[in-house]
Ligand binder design. Sequence first.
Ligand SMILES: Cc1cc2nc3c(=O)[nH]c(=O)nc-3n(C[C@H](O)[C@H](O)[C@H](O)COP(=O)(O)OP(=O)(O)OC[C@H]3O[C@@H](n4cnc5c(N)ncnc54)[C@H](O)[C@@H]3O)c2cc1C
Length: 434
Amino acid sequence: MSLSVAIIGSGPAAFYTADALVKSDNDCRIDIIERLPCPYGLIRFGVAPDHEKTKNVMRAFAKTAAHEDVNYYGNVEVGRDIGLNEIREMYDAVVLAVGAGSDRAVGIPGEDKKGVFGSATFVNWYNGHPDRRDLNPDLNVGAAVVLGNGNVAIDVARVLVKTPAEMAATDLPDYAAQPIQNAPLTDVYMVGRRGPNEAKYTNVELREMGHLENCVPQIDAAQLPESVEGEMSDRDRRLAKKNLATVREFVDRNADEKPKRVHFVYYAQPVEILGDDRVTGVRFERTEVRDGRAVGLGEFFEIPCGLVIAAIGYISRPVADTPFDERGGIVENDDGRVDTGLYAVGWIKRGPSGVIGTNKPDGKLAAEQIFTDHGAGGGKSGRAALEALLAERGVRAVNLSEWQTIEAAEIANAREGAPRKKFVSVAEMLAALG
Ligand SMILES: Cc1cc2nc3c(=O)[nH]c(=O)nc-3n(C[C@H](O)[C@H](O)[C@H](O)COP(=O)(O)OP(=O)(O)OC[C@H]3O[C@@H](n4cnc5c(N)ncnc54)[C@H](O)[C@@H]3O)c2cc1C
């Protein structure tokens, strides 16, 4: 009898796992269970709308989804429609691939004020996630602060300042495009606790900030270190050197060259969000880096702004019936093994770091662990039991061909040049199925 494997979630980690399983010589059937009708996790709801090429990996994942040994069950949420323990009873092996979809708190006074958002929330909003489409942020502001020094911070800053023409060939939903593009925003401050050498953004994303149609990067030369120093891997050193060279090019850019500016501010940690009900600014403490850590220097300054996006990290929500590491924001696991027959991959396993491809080794390892632990054969009924239970509970699962119908409608509805027009609610997706 073939081995029955359930994968919970349908982001990169889930698909890399499914791919490793189907490419093995073992006989197994894989069911991917996703809470939304649409697959692909943060590829759809995280990756910036103007970076469509990054999403090309969806094509490879679509092939895996169409493999004869793989079934897709969209619109089925584990914890809502079916319990994890129920799935574990049905399947020989269960892989948690639920990602890290929540914002890590900044942990400073005032972060609950209006106009302060975590990047998970804000990015989901401009990417048309059904949970966040009603966020309705007030973008009637002249200045915004983006906390963080990684690619997500750069994505947010860039999406806020790009012109309608620059965003025309994207799937940015109209409800987000209008307030973003009508906003009187002229200045975005990207503030990092440490310096350019420690910044986590990749060089391509950083360089792009120097080539925007309506926006010029600004940087204070005094903030730039002479060279790249300190303990780091060769790879990190190469990246840091490239980044330092890029930010040096930004130093002489004229502030009036274009109507908008993105200010790169380093060595500053937020200590308080200012304002009454709404944010009016952020108070920062200057820092210096000691042994790789930002240490406060007791000198303070403020940046007035009407919008704050904290791009400082993501955490997973605890998964019911599994041990959870609250501090790390991940499921407790021993290199992916959570419990007998239960595995974790991707951000729920490792925390929120790395690019799409970083999840690939997790999938390969989980497949190896599953075959090591279970041998080639399985004994549980898997798919038949799942389908019976979903039918009994009246759960409207979306299968692969139905998702393909939804996707085809999104492509057909796209404005010229755009890849798709996303349906932004579950009801709209289901309505597309007639
Ligand atoms: C804003 C942002 C931008 C990014 N941009 C890039 C980029 O440009 N290039 C790049 O290489 N990487 C990028 N990344 C990183 C990349 O997206 C991640 O490495 C990757 O998505 C993590 O994969 P995952 O499968 O662990 O999680 P996710 O992609 O988050 O997938 C988790 C899936 O599980 C589902 N799920 C959650 N709970 C349940 C449940 N209870 N039941 C069923 N399903 C559930 C979710 O709906 C989701 O589909 C970006 C990340 C972010 C946050």
